[in-house]
Write a protein that binds this ligand. Structure first.
Ligand SMILES: [Zn+2]
Length: 477
């Protein structure tokens, strides 16, 4: 089958399965998993060795041992299924050259690297099928879940001018997606631009005012920062829609971005290993594209966790990618599959993503035990306080927390700080945590200087993480 025909077939199948009975989806999963496992056994020396002794036909994914990023990266050359790909040549001939961002390695493979600032770095190759799935799944399903007819009409009327906010300086997920599209045609290249989030904010604002984007996409933190500029009147843009991915998005941040720009915010869920894993619906739930990605929430011992229970991590399988098989891969996200049907009408399973398991913050409880706090929970407490523009919370010990707080203009900073302290003390108390000393740092919140990502809550004395896959952004519009 030619490449175009194959892409059309994938699109038609994805459209159809999205509307069919769940049993259709399960049959797809089973058939695709069998094909992928057979391929990995035949072409990947790493998987051949790992699966030695397993039955030829796999009836349940649970028969396959989970894999982790560190081991896979250590065996990169045996992991890939094309003997023409080696880590050394890939790094030397391709990754070291930033002019090649968005082009295909060996004319065949799309390449993402993760920055490794919140986990171990990884290099991920995607073949034509995997790339097609990445490009079409979200676009086919976004209309159903989030884009109204009016939004699309408005976009057609005003024309597409898309601004993407990512860190440049590497073959990072979001930038690779945008640069790949720009290479398709010079016409498209003029209408889609990457704005590096590592640049000074006033420059970014001036360029955006001139570019007048109708679509905006990037990390939630970047969009939140720009929402602040829009609120202050320095930024004056009227996007029709905004998309984000790559970081956790709290409901209050989402509301703030939507209010500032007066448009719908579409939140994608993915990682460089599984780029189009899920998409948020208007109900605020993430629907997982389980026809192309297996999604298994598990506990610490990799035992399945039922719907309604928060997992320790999740094992993901990319059913579309053959070049570098991702089969029962520990993604590191704590998730909860929601047990009831989503009011939005989607038949795809919906989940709540609570963040990386490695990011959980242990605080000393009043009874001498430790209590694990989810970063998202702590972030919500601070964000609910009126007058908070941006903040970072850093756990510096079992009973110590440092805050970097930026208040909104018109609010008394000392008053905002006191209210935040009161709210946090109340939150800690309600969770059985003893007295936590809260310190306010003089320096303002800041992005990571290399990745441009904004970590909101973390621990400086971190326990060793298991896999912590870095969710690089996936642009969905
Ligand atoms: Zn939904």
């Amino acid at each position: 089958m030619g490449r175009v025909m194959r892409a059309l077939w994938i699109a038609a199948d994805t459209w159809w399965v999205g509307r069919a009975e769940p049993a259709t989806c399960e049959r797809r999963q089973q058939a695709r998993l069998n094909d992928l496992v057979a391929y990995a056994r035949a072409r990947s020396p790493y998987y051949r060795k790992l699966y030695r002794g397993l039955p030829m036909r796999i009836t349940d994914p649970g028969q396959l041992p989970p894999v982790r990023k560190r081991e896979l990266m250590e065996h990169f050359d045996e992991w890939v299924t094309d003997p023409g790909v080696t880590l050394e040549a890939l790094q030397h001939d391709f990754l070291s050259d930033l002019s090649l961002v968005g082009s295909r390695y060996l004319d065949r493979y799309h390449v993402f690297t993760t920055s490794g600032t919140t986990g171990e770095p990884a290099i991920l190759l995607h073949d034509a099928d995997s790339w097609t799935v990445t490009q079409i799944v979200s676009r086919l399903r976004v209309r159903r879940v989030a884009l109204s007819r009016r939004t699309i009409q408005s976009l057609l009327r005003h024309g597409i001018r898309s601004a993407a906010f990512f860190a440049t300086g590497g073959h990072y997920g979001g930038v690779v997606m945008v640069e790949t599209m720009r290479r398709v045609s010079p016409l498209l290249a003029k209408r889609i631009r990457v704005f590096s989030v590592l640049r000074p904010l006033p420059d970014l604002v001036a360029e955006l005012n001139a570019f007048k984007p109708t679509l905006m996409g990037g990390y939630p933190s970047a969009l939140a920062l720009l929402a602040g500029e829009q609120e202050a009147g320095r930024l004056r843009v009227r996007p029709v829609a905004a998309t984000c991915a790559g970081e956790n998005l709290t409901p209050s941040t989402a509301r703030r971005i939507e209010a500032a720009f007066g448009c719908t915010l579409i939140n994608g869920y993915g990682a460089s290993e599984v780029p189009a894993l899920g998409l948020q619906c208007p109900e605020g739930r993430i629907h997982v594209n389980v026809d192309w990605y297996l999604f298994e929430p598990v506990d610490k011992e990799y035992r399945p966790v039922p719907p309604g229970v928060t997992s320790h991590t999740v094992l993901v399988t990319n059913l579309a990618n053959r070049i570098q098989p991702i089969i029962r891969y520990d993604l590191g996200d704590r998730v909860e599959v929601l047990p009831d049907a989503c009011p939005c009408g989607s038949r795809l399973p919906s989940v709540r993503v609570e963040g990386r398991s490695g990011d959980v913050l242990p605080f000393a409880a009043t009874d001498g035990q430790m209590v694990e706090v989810l970063p998202l929970a702590l972030a919500s407490v601070v964000e609910e306080v009126p007058g908070v523009r941006r903040f970072q919370a850093i756990r510096t010990g079992p009973s110590a927390l440092t805050l970097r707080l930026e208040s909104l203009p018109g609010f008394d900073r000392e008053q905002v700080r006191r209210t935040v302290d009161d709210s946090l003390h109340g939150f800690f108390l309600a969770n059985g945590i003893g007295a936590v000393a809260i310190q306010h740092a003089a320096d303002p919140p800041a992005e990571n200087p290399r990745s441009g990502k904004f970590r909101q809550v973390w621990s400086e004395t971190e326990p060793p993480r298991n896999a912590g896959a870095l969710a690089e952004a996936s642009a969905v519009v």
